[in-house]
Ligand binder design. Structure first.
Ligand code: FMN
Length: 212
């Protein structure tokens, strides 16, 4: 199969400096609402990039749970590969690709754990089965057989049957506080529009157009 034949022109929209909000969080929220309106599947799905102590990157999809004045929140297992990497190096990248809108948003920033009480609220919002799975899965560790996981799931499911599942100590949220946020809108002939917000020492955001 000739992969070079997969080529799409981006023609839906343009992005001008005067269209952008002064604050990138507001700009993100506007684009997010448009992604929901356009029925982008899984609009909260984002790629999370981290690096290990050797500087080797890893990336995976996680779901955005909230955006607030601190930044972008996701939940995971604190002892997973990403959790261990963030423990050693809190710098992270987040990437949304909303292809239906020909848009990409890249966020770089510093990550820290959210308070346990807040993680508990996110945990309580999960369906019972997902709460059980959070206790069962030693995320990112090697498993011999799926059966072993399913057996453990049944045990934990029985243990908490008819009860509230407590927050596992190794499960919770992180907030990525952004240093930069880049908004990308695809354009014809690969002359895309890119604007990067950079947080300055005075707390204000500098906005620059980047070459595509
Ligand atoms: C659409 C989608 C959403 C996901 N959401 C999450 C999530 O919110 N939290 C999470 O820990 N893993 C989530 N995962 C699984 C991760 O991509 C990943 O496999 C897992 O977190 C282990 O990553 P790690 O070994 O790099 O730590 C999701 C996967 C997909 C495809």
């Amino acid at each position: 199969m000739k992969l070079t034949a997969f080529r799409k022109e981006y023609t839906l929209a343009g992005l001008r400096r005067r269209d952008l909000a002064e604050n990138p969080t507001l700009q993100f929220q506007e684009w997010f609402e448009q992604a929901v309106k356009a029925e982008v599947p899984e609009p909260t799905a984002m790629s999370l990039a981290t690096v290990n102590e050797l500087g080797q990157p890893s990336v995976r999809t996680v779901l955005l749970k909230a955006v607030d004045e601190r930044g972008f929140i996701f939940c995971t297992n604190y002892e997973s590969r990403k959790g261990c990497e963030l423990n050693g190096n809190p710098n992270a990248g987040l990437l949304f690709f909303w292809k239906e809108l020909e848009r990409q948003v890249f966020i770089s920033g510093v990550t820290r754990k959210i308070p346990a009480g807040e993680s508990d609220a996110y945990f309580k919002a999960r369906p019972f089965g997902s709460q059980v799975a959070a206790w069962v899965s030693k995320q990112s560790s090697v498993v011999e057989h799926r059966e072993a996981l399913e057996k453990k799931f049944q045990e934990v499911e029985q243990e908490y049957s008819g009860q509230e599942v407590p927050l596992p100590p190794n499960w919770g949220g992180y907030v990525v506080t952004p240093d930069t946020i880049e908004f990308w809108q695809g354009r014809v002939n690969r002359l895309h529009d890119r604007f990067r917000y950079t947080k300055q020492a005075d707390g204000l955001w500098k906005v620059e157009r980047l070459s595509p």
